[in-house]
Design a protein around this ligand. Sequence first.
Ligand SMILES: NC(=O)c1ccc[n+]([C@@H]2O[C@H](COP(=O)([O-])OP(=O)(O)OC[C@H]3O[C@@H](n4cnc5c(N)ncnc54)[C@H](OP(=O)(O)O)[C@@H]3O)[C@@H](O)[C@H]2O)c1
Length: 398
Amino acid sequence: MSVLLGLGKFLMSTNSTRFTPTCSNNPARLHPLRFPGTNKCTNTGSPPSPKIPIFELVKRPFVTIPLFTNILSLDMKALVLTQKDAPLHYGDVPMPEAAEGEVLVQLHAAALNRRDWWITQGQYPGIVYPIILGSDGAGVADGREVIINPAFNWGDHPAFPSKSFQILGLPHPGTFAEWVSVPARQLYDKPAHLSMEQAAALPLAGLTAYRAVFTKGQLRAGDRVLVTGAGGGVALLAFQLAVAAGAQVWVTSGSDANIERTREMGGQGGANYREAEWSKQLQQQAGGFDLIIDSAAGDGFALLPKICNPGARIVTYGGTLGAVSGLSLQPVFWKQLSILGTTMGNDQEFSEMVQFVTQHRIVPVVDSVFPLSAGQAAFERIGKGGQFGKVVCSQLAG
Ligand SMILES: NC(=O)c1ccc[n+]([C@@H]2O[C@H](COP(=O)([O-])OP(=O)(O)OC[C@H]3O[C@@H](n4cnc5c(N)ncnc54)[C@H](OP(=O)(O)O)[C@@H]3O)[C@@H](O)[C@H]2O)c1
């Protein structure tokens, strides 16, 4: 009986014009979303709602009873950015449809990145409204537990991405939703030792950190490494990768507690960048560094070449504090230093990163988990700073 009811509702819904695809690299197909005021924001925990023909549900062996009941609704819950500086709106949006070559992923968890926060502040190129943000996700696709590589269309050159390179979550609708449709080639098996929340914390930060530490940083076992801003999502993964690879790793942080926590995770210690003499303290502790991984930039960057060993590499992947002033190039050329920029990574690096994390049983640090319905609070956590590791939203919690 419920099957017939579901079928009737489904057939009626397919006549509606409300549901059009929301996932595509083609901007013309983006976001026919309904927004604040047109839908009540409810958090009923109602199950997501795949637009799958009923006969397909019946014949697919992995389909479970809860999924079967989802046919009663063709909307899903998502967190949507409607304009700059506006609180994120949690509510109903149309289900995505899988374009050719795409697969629908039922998301269990999605992690925040500083990128998402920059976008909410209007500080990112190419922002479109409304947009479902979110580059990091873990979930289930066709019965397989997966994580999503958020680096789309890297292209053929390993050294730099193609012109069509994109990061999931702008303009392609992202992972702060119950479902996302992504190209099938972006899916990788979720490392079995990770929970969904831990796995969601891995993709963007893990990829960026892997390329920074190994491809660009050319880390060797025994190297003395400095990772700045240890509480950051990418920084902490860079720290974990370097420790697992046999390096001696120091950190900076604005929190003594963060430094202590990295010591418990195999680190050598570090210095608080809020103290005037932080770079001297580091030099006393380590002697000098063979590799520095930095995303802070700002004035502190000018001190980094001075605490490098000859032949060292400084890898930069971010500019949290803005422009660098007072940088003297004397130590750069006298010590034969390399300053290298990096962003995200290519498909092979993503694959190697997942393999490395699996082999060394690395567990990304999750600072906190918020129900997706409380996504605004998750963004406020990032905005306030002081986190240790990744802030994650759970589609299954609350
Ligand atoms: N190029 C890429 O592919 C790429 C990828 C990801 C991120 N990024 C960029 O990299 C930066 C970090 O991203 P994220 O997602 O890891 O951010 P995040 O998790 O929000 O971490 C930012 C961290 O910056 C640290 N920090 C703040 N002030 C600092 C200072 N004066 N000196 C040193 N560290 C300081 C803090 O560490 P403590 O709390 O320990 O003090 C904080 O945890 C952002 O600018 C982001 O846009 C770039």
